[in-house]
Write a new protein. Structure first.
Length: 137
């Protein structure tokens, strides 16, 4: 083609499957909540998906003036089971970062246990970050 320049790096990915659509890894961060509510959310996540957070890893308040943030890595590729309604004492803010499919799956499955409200989104090329507010049903 005359007048057209093609970067070889653009061609190398043209026929590859979109890896971000296949991956189910999500980084989940909880804030604006107490340890009991964080535990309730992590218990639901662990009942639904594979998580790097063990059942013995009980959230505890941090010491100091800064807010406490609890994190977990969750793989939403396969369902482990179901979750019934869970009780929270106050709304919980959840930030989730991962591929589009994975973040949507997380949001959908959390709705089994909580009332879920999307309060913010940031979109990237292959990943997105979403902020959710969870409340008891």
């Amino acid at each position: 083609m005359e007048g057209t320049t093609v970067n070889s790096s653009d061609q190398s990915h043209a026929h590859e499957p979109a890896a971000h659509q296949e991956r189910g890894d999500i980084v989940v961060s909880l804030s604006d909540c107490g340890p009991a509510d964080a535990r309730a959310v992590f218990d639901v996540l662990s009942s639904l998906f594979v998580s790097d957070r063990s059942a013995e890893d009980v959230p505890a308040d941090g010491n100091g003036p800064r807010p406490t943030v609890w994190t977990a890595n969750v793989d939403v590729t396969e369902d482990k089971g179901t979750a019934g309604p869970a009780t929270l004492t106050a709304p919980v803010t959840v930030d989730a970062q991962g591929g589009y499919w994975a973040v949507d799956r997380l949001r959908t499955r959390l709705a089994d246990a909580f009332s879920v409200n999307v309060v913010g989104k940031a979109a990237g090329d292959q990943e997105q970050e979403i902020r959710l507010e969870l409340r008891s049903h």
